[in-house]
Ligand binder design. Sequence first.
Ligand code: SAM
Length: 289
Amino acid sequence: MSYLLETIYLLRMTNAFQVSQAIHVAATLGIADLLEDGPRSADELAEGTGTDAPTLYRLLRALASVGVFTEIDGRFGLTPLAEYLRTDAPGSLRAWAMQVGQRYFWTSWGHLLHSVRTGEPAFAELYGTTPWEYRAAHPEEDAVFNAAMTNLSAGVVEAVARRYDFSGYGVLVDVGGGQGALLAAILAANPNLRGILFDQPHIVAAAGALLEQAGVADRCEVVGGSFFDTVPAGLTLTCSRASSTTGMTRRRSRSCASAARRWPIPEDSSWSSSSSGRGTSRTRRSSLT
Ligand SMILES: C[S@@+](CC[C@H](N)C(=O)[O-])C[C@H]1O[C@@H](n2cnc3c(N)ncnc32)[C@H](O)[C@@H]1O
């Protein structure tokens, strides 16, 4: 790569925070949803979103310059990338884009240097708590986070449900399963399987809709609790994408391993032995997402 290309490439990566924030704003305002029926002017979009038209115009032009939205004769339209910012698009990333720019999330990443210097979480330095506890106390931000998790899971659930053979099992427990996107898809693909969705009480409180939508609510128990304490017994689908950055992983794994011990585990090659910290137990190789 030439000097010029290398510096352009690095500059693009360095300035990516601006694009990220611009996508976040467009996603939060629901611009892509407003363009579903065809291109509209910045004035029309500003009216529909209660924003300042000239500033919105500049935002949309900036996004058009990187392939999110088109601008033709002063009217903005959807591109294939912008389609994924629509709420209902298959594979939608709108909620994730909303999440990324949320102030608490954005500012904690802005303090990454603190973490690297001290080895301590920047989040705790800024907010005096963990992201989980923060969100538990901030329902609006929590709702965006949960929708974002569902967005990200939606991209993989069908492949997981198709690829893994769950036949022969009775109960599948999704630990840290959020609002149930993954478990719902697996249960839908395996009519004889029952499920337990396990997550923090305030998260599973809103989990019913997804399970109902997938037609699996009658085969799925919803349990609220902390995996630091215990997890329900069953074939444990370990903590899909639960954070390893919060220092929770080892303790959580012990709970999961302990629950797995209570479940009859088949003798086949996809199961492995591991040390749980309370003696050796067999646990499924973890983390499907
Ligand atoms: C990265 S999210 C994964 C969400 C889920 N797999 C999905 O697809 O929507 C991690 C999940 O772990 C849950 N979690 C965090 N701490 C927990 C705890 N102590 N006990 C149970 N669940 C917890 C969070 O509430 C969150 O839903």
